[in-house]
Design a protein around this ligand. Structure first.
Ligand code: FES
Length: 68
């Protein structure tokens, strides 16, 4: 699923960034190029990060804070 249409970033790209060591939504955006243009996708990026945490991925402080 494409999350950021401006940079054509998919949920798979975001998951790969998390598995590669990204530890915040902003770091995921920096690594993938998401949310660097119009910015309307930032909440969708955050949702994918939270889903990663919910599925048992590495806990990410910012994501956990955003979901609570
Ligand atoms: S849709 Fe992601 S920056 Fe525009």
């Amino acid at each position: 699923m494409i999350v950021c249409h401006c940079a054509v970033v998919s949920s798979r790209h975001i998951t790969e960034a998390l598995r590669g060591g990204a530890r915040s939504v902003s770091e995921v955006c920096r690594r993938t190029g998401a949310a660097q243009s119009c910015g309307t996708c930032v909440f969708s990026v955050r949702q994918v990060v939270c889903e990663h945490v919910d599925r048992g991925g590495d806990p990410i402080e910012e994501a956990v804070r955003a979901a609570s």
